[in-house]
Ligand binder design. Structure first.
Ligand SMILES: [Zn+2]
Length: 388
């Protein structure tokens, strides 16, 4: 069955055409703020219902509840703090003057209004509590923790009105949850598994997808790469999508797998991120969610299987499909995991992304046991990595 959205109702905060026309006129008189890009992605995702049941950026009570218990004040599991730090400046009015009851226009980097934020509350952030709760650390070597420590001490909580989708979402043809659900219905897919990723596919990724497609309860697979804010050295979003489209079009049955981008900032929160990313996929209509080893981890911050165990602590209404690390075993002559292979690490091909990148950069031949040739061809092109 296609699951109910988280909290029971798909949030839709997009302005109607009539409202857009009316609000256009008012925009001139509103204070305008240009937040960090993370808040733009969040505003858009709140507006289209990807973060249902959130209808805006969290107020102090909600944020406190989430950081303390991993739940919203009504008891619904919600692991990730979604809040709006007060920007350093505003156009039209001094930012210090803006307070509860005011409405501000939220602009993208090009100066286009993306959303309206009605400030319900201005409150002080406990950055250390947020970092510890979501990321389990206050170590600034953690990239998202460093982001938390960079923003100011105050936040605005309040409801969003979405005026338009972000340009990059439109270019990537990113569906909203209602469109995604409609596509599943059209394909008569009831039980869809979501696959979270942020890199082009190699054979270990493909193996988890294939094992999932073999399960009798699974009707289809949504490969849903995160293509929001990325860091220098990451693959460009269009490269990740092209690589996946090559894999799907050359190797998977046409009616069982779809690839769509998801523009959000990657939160490397390990277990809390796995839970959050699963809730987002539930809102997109997926009933099952693939969790591999050390999902959404960074460095050595998380125990590799903590992302599996957290699904036992919180019932979020989506079935986790938990898989151990998979690899190509030379002795077995195929893909395997510790559940299916008797051999030690010396028999395995190193499928790490770092190893693949190094080989590609050196122009080495990549064995088909590691990377599909159609994917390797795309990754060998110039300028596949972000340089800024
Ligand atoms: Zn083996």
């Amino acid at each position: 069955m296609i699951p109910e959205p988280h909290g029971g109702r798909l949030v839709d905060l997009r302005a109607s055409t009539a409202e857009l026309e009316r609000r256009e006129g008012e925009l001139r008189d509103l204070a305008k703020v240009t937040p960090f890009v993370d808040q733009l992605y969040d505003a858009e995702k709140i507006g289209i219902g990807a973060y249902s049941p959130l209808e805006g950026f969290m107020d102090a009570a909600t944020l406190e509840s989430v950081t303390r218990s991993g739940k919203l004040p009504n008891g619904l599991p919600w692991p990730m703090p979604i809040y709006f730090p007060v920007p350093t400046g505003a156009a039209g009015r001094p930012v210090e003057e803006l307070k509860g009851g005011d409405e501000v226009a939220v602009l993208d980097a090009r100066g286009q209004a993306v959303a309206l934020l009605r400030i319900d509350e201005k409150f002080r952030l406990d950055s250390a509590a947020i970092a510890r709760s979501a990321y389990g650390t206050v170590d600034p070597k953690h990239p998202n923790v460093a982001d938390i420590q960079r923003h100011g001490e105050m936040a605005w909580g309040g409801r969003i009105t979405l005026l338009r989708r972000l340009d990059e979402s439109r270019q990537g043809s990113e569906p909203d949850p209602a469109e995604m659900r409609e596509e599943f219905r059209r394909r008569k897919w009831e039980t869809v598994a979501a696959y979270q990723c942020r890199n082009p596919p190699h054979t270990a990724h493909e193996y988890l997808q294939r094992v999932t497609l073999e399960r009798e309860e699974i009707d289809g697979l949504l490969i849903h790469p995160v293509v929001g804010r990325l860091k220098k050295g990451d693959y460009r979003p269009e490269v990740i999508l092209a690589a996946y489209n090559a894999l799907v079009s050359h190797y998977y049955p046409a009616d069982r797998v779809i690839v769509r981008p998801l523009g959000i900032t990657m939160r490397y929160a390990g277990p809390k991120a796995a839970l959050f990313l699963a809730i987002v996929r539930k809102n997109f209509g997926c009933a099952a969610y693939i969790v591999g080893r050390d999902q959404a981890g960074v460095g050595a911050f998380y125990e590799p299987y903590a992302c599996h165990r957290i699904f036992d602590e919180y019932d979020i209404g989506i079935t986790p499909l938990r898989y151990e690390e998979s690899f190509y075993c030379r002795r077995c002559g195929g893909m395997a995991s510790s559940k299916t292979c008797a051999h030690g690490p010396e028999a395995r091909l190193d499928t790490s992304q770092t190893r693949i990148r190094t080989s590609l950069a050196k122009g080495d031949a990549i064995p088909v046991e590691l990377l599909r040739p159609e994917v390797a061809e795309i990754l060998r092109r110039p300028d596949v990595l972000l340089t800024t």
